[in-house]
Design a protein around this ligand. Structure first.
Ligand SMILES: [Zn+2]
Length: 242
């Protein structure tokens, strides 16, 4: 599986002849354009986890001619921006719904923000993209707000108990300060993922896993992309630089 970082929570994944695009709101390195123009793929699935500007933008409309399916969270249905997309190519997913075609299967999990997170099964791998699902423990919030965020996260993470994925994309948001890894730590402890990619950290430096993270994820390789276009190949054990 070859993975390119676009920006924020945006990624292009090449899984044999399948292209999967997640939360492509901006692609400053032109990664998806280049792959699209090259055209050496059988399927192109474009996912958006929710309508926030930093996850969903109309520029992905341009890929419609070769798109197999747009798979959008249900909240996107109510936006004005989605009206320019061809409706017959869109599947909207609510939390805890499933969708499949002859090649891939998708499960939508709930988020702790807007929209959903996605688990995708292809013929050769499983990919999880959290969207804005995270333990949003903001240090400037009131104790009541913090307690609500904590509870919402704990409730959802329980439903993911034992979830298996080859690669998981999960927020390690620098704005959360010393709490930036809280969600990620619980996530890797509760699930069975083989590789972990940190996301949603624009303008923050490379994330170095802490001892606390390593204590629960010591055998799980991590990748913290910084530069748009950065690429890794995941072989099931390591993120390899080309
Ligand atoms: Zn976001």
């Amino acid at each position: 599986m070859i993975i390119n970082y676009l920006l924020n929570s945006g990624f292009l994944i090449r899984d044999e002849k399948i292209l999967l695009v997640f939360d492509d709101f901006e692609d400053p390195a032109g990664i998806v354009d280049a792959a699209y123009d090259k055209g050496d793929f059988d399927r192109l699935y474009i996912f958006a986890t929710h309508a926030h500007f930093d996850h969903f933008s109309t520029h992905i409309r341009a890929y419609a001619p070769k798109v197999t399916r747009y798979i959008f969270s249900n909240d996107i249905r109510r936006t004005k921006r989605v009206k320019i997309f061809p409706t017959d190519k869109i599947t909207y997913m609510k939390r805890y719904s499933e969708w499949q075609d002859d090649l891939i299967k998708v499960w939508a999990y709930d988020s702790t923000d807007v929209g959903v997170s996605f688990l995708v099964q292809t013929p050769s791998s499983r990919i999880y993209h959290a969207g804005d699902f995270n333990w949003w423990h903001w240090e400037n919030e009131t104790p009541e707000e913090m307690a609500l965020a904590d509870k919402a996260f704990k409730k959802q993470i329980k439903r993911m108990d034992g979830m298996e994925a080859d690669v998981a994309f999960f927020p390690v948001d620098g704005r959360l300060g010393s709490s930036q890894e809280l969600g990620a730590i619980d996530f890797v402890a509760q699930t069975k993922v083989k590789g972990f990619v940190a996301m949603h950290r624009v303008d923050y430096p490379l994330w170095e896993p802490s001892q606390e993270f390593l204590a629960v994820a010591k055998d799980i390789p991590t990748w913290s992309p910084i530069k748009p276009g950065e690429q890794r190949t995941f072989d099931g054990e390591k993120f390899l630089e080309d």
